[in-house]
Design a protein. Sequence first.
Length: 278
Amino acid sequence: MVRACVIGWPVEHSRSPLIHRYWLKQYGIDGAYEKEAVRPEDFAAFVGALAEHRYVGANVTLPHKEAALRLARSADEAAIAIGAANTLWLDAEGTLHASNTDAYGFMTNLDAEAPQWNEGLGAAMVLGAGGAARAILYGLIKVTDAKLLLANRTRARAEALAHVFGPRVEVIDWEKRNDALATCGLLVNTTSLGMTGQAPLDIDLAALPQDAVVADIVYTPLLTPLLVAAAKRGNPTVDGLGMLLHQAVPGFERWFGVRPEVTPALRAHVVASLAEAD
C-alpha cells in the first residue's frame, strides 16, 4: 500500500484528506492518505523519518512550509521563488524533494473559471503580503506582462514582498486601494479577511471595471462578502475552492502514479463536507 499524509500543527482543519481519499477511491488505488499533527520542534525529525513512517511523501501546511523547503535536498523553481514548500516526496534512493503547488493551483483554477482573464489586462491588484500573495504574484509574473499592484494593511510587508520580485510589482498604499482599482482587470484577495470568523474585507469596488475578474482564495464561506459584492455589480468571480483542488493534483500524481482530474463531482464532495462542518 502506498501511503502519503498531510503534516501540520494543528492539522485537523486540513481538507487535503477529503480530496486525496476521494481520488484514491475514484481510481481504485491501494493507498492511504493520513493526517499527522507534528509540533514545529519535531518537524525535522518527522520528515527525516518519512520512510520509517511508511510514507512516500507528504503535503505540508502551516506552520511548516518554510522548514519543509529548508529540509529538502532539492526543490523546484516555484518552491524556491515562493520561499516555501507544500509538497514533499522521496525518490527511489530516499532523497527528499520539494515543490510548491499553490501558484499552479491558483493559475489553473483562474484559467478554468475565467479563461479570458488575461485578455487586454491593464493591471492586476493583489491584496495581502503573506505566503499566498507571494505564490500568486509568482504565478502571475510567469504568465502575464501586466502591471502587478500590491496592497497590504502594513506597507512595510508589501514592500518587502515586492522587493523579492523587483520592478514588476508596484506597492499601493492601503488607503489608495479603492482608487487604484480603476486600471485593474483582475483583483485577488489573498488575505483571511472575509473568512468565516474574520472581519469582512474593507474595499469599495466602485472604480473597478465591470468586466474585471474578482478572485478570493478564501473558501469558507465559498461566497465571501467580496465575491457577493462583485457578482452584484456583474463582475466575473472565482472562489477559493478551485485553487485548493487544483493544487492537490501534482502531489497525488507524484505519490500514487496517476494524474487525477478536478471534476464537478469532486467539488460537490468537498462542498458537502464544508457544509457539514458549518
